[in-house]
Design a protein around this ligand. Structure first.
Ligand SMILES: Cc1ncc(COP(=O)(O)O)c(C=O)c1O
Length: 398
């Protein structure tokens, strides 16, 4: 057996990936994968776009493209981000192979082995894996219903030997916690980080998926505040709207950071898929995004309501969760002494699966919680699945 590099030795297979094999069994009701529903993809619209492309554009799609991205798509994404008041003119934008690649690139730019990265706990597993692959020392901070807990975040900066290089936050419709940061908490974060020698990653792939107008107001990115009190790498994605198979995301940051990001990307994949960039550009340029996401919001809001109502009707009172205002997830918290793996085994045997809590704990410990994704499950299966999970919880709490 060859000896692997230190960074590979840090890698662990994700329980989500292992569970994906179960999730494809037709008899299983899966709340596991954090993915959009297959039936909602804009297949017809993309067919039409492709068929109407000129030969020249089709050929561009098959060819390598510039590392920062297909220029018309860069312009279309900038135009789109301008509508959110993001500072696209004083910053630069690079198209990436999904937001996970953007996170990886930022980690590559700022992390040397042993450097500290602060994450939320729970945290998107792709983020933690990316930081671990650069041998970062991860310090995690718990969340409450309004965002990262400030006292605990501040304490992480007390130990001068740790000197955090990156703070990774996913403030909008959090994966897996399902929460959205309050305006006040975002301001507290920015105020606290002001002038610190670190970079804030604002990871925002679910921004469009708010369930009502009041919640939309909470989706205003921290990056819109200019001049920024701390350098912010703002990351977005088409994955949760057009589809993860497009493998398209973006990174908006200062020209200095983007110029290094281009170098980093050159060493990874030269360019993101030109083929999907050509298609995504037409989708945006033809103004198709607005009505498409309006429909997604209605459908995901309905699914969330079915799941939330069913949890309310079936879960014992000791079980807690925050009703999501958008996104894909409900994060269920059980009493401290309950192990969600036991619930998972019981529930899988009866036909419903989800992802256990410790998958999202950067330290792989905390397990009295689990994530239910309502995005992918057919509407008529949600109630049955939640009842199965609730029965498994009740049996353990007896
Ligand atoms: C918070 C968060 N960030 C990033 C990603 C990665 O998305 P992608 O690389 O498909 O854009 C995900 C996907 O689940 C996510 O939930």
């Amino acid at each position: 057996m060859p000896s692997f590099s230190k960074c590979v030795q840090e890698m662990r297979t994700s329980e989500i990936r292992d569970l994906m094999s179960l999730a494809t069994r037709p008899d299983i009701i899966s709340f596991a994968g954090g993915m959009p529903n297959n039936d909602l993809f804009p297949v017809k619209e993309i067919d039409e776009i492709y068929n109407n492309l000129s030969d020249r554009e089709k050929k561009i799609g098959f060819q390598y493209g510039p590392t920062p991205g297909y220029p018309p798509l860069i312009e279309s994404v900038k135009e789109y981000l301008r509508t959110k008041n993001l500072p696209v003119d004083s910053n630069e934008l690079i198209i990436t192979a999904g937001s996970l690649q953007a996170i990886n690139i930022v980690a590559k730019l700022f992390i040397d082995p042993g450097d500290t990265v602060i994450t939320e706990n729970p945290c998107f597993i792709g983020g933690t894996s990316a930081f671990k692959s650069y041998q970062a020392n991860i310090e995690s901070v718990p969340l409450d219903a309004d965002g990262i807990i400030m006292d605990q975040l501040k304490r992480k900066f007390d130990d001068k030997s740790k000197n955090p290089r990156l703070v990774y936050l996913s403030p909008y419709f959090h994966n897996p916690a399902g929460i959205i940061y309050s305006e006040k908490r975002k301001m507290e974060v920015l105020h606290f980080l002001a002038g610190k020698d670190c970079v804030l990653i604002e990871d925002d792939p679910y921004n469009e998926l708010y369930f009502d107008e009041k919640s939309k107001q909470l989706t205003v990115p921290m990056k819109t505040i200019q001049p920024e009190p701390v350098p912010i790498c703002y990351i977005g994605s088409f994955s949760k709207i057009l589809g993860p198979g497009m493998r398209l995301g973006w990174l908006l940051a200062s020209p200095e950071i983007i110029s290094k990001a281009q170098l980093a990307k050159q060493s990874i994949d030269a360019c993101s898929s030109t083929f999907t960039q050509v298609l995504a550009n037409q989708f945006l340029a033809q103004g198709k995004l607005k009505s498409y996401v309006e429909n997604l919001r209605i459908i995901y809001a309905r699914r969330m309501k079915i799941m939330n109502d069913c949890l309310k009707a079936n879960m014992p009172p000791e079980v807690k969760w925050v009703e999501p205002k958008g996104g894909f997830y409900i994060w269920v918290e059980l009493p401290e002494n309950i192990d969600s793996l036991q619930i998972m085994k019981e529930s899988a045997a009866k036909g419903a699966i989800f992802v256990i809590g410790k998958t999202f704990d950067p330290h792989g410990v905390r397990n009295n919680c689990f994530r239910l994704a309502f995005s992918h499950t057919p509407e008529d299966k949600i109630e049955k699945g939640v009842k199965i999970v609730s029965e498994a919880v009740k049996a353990k709490l007896k």
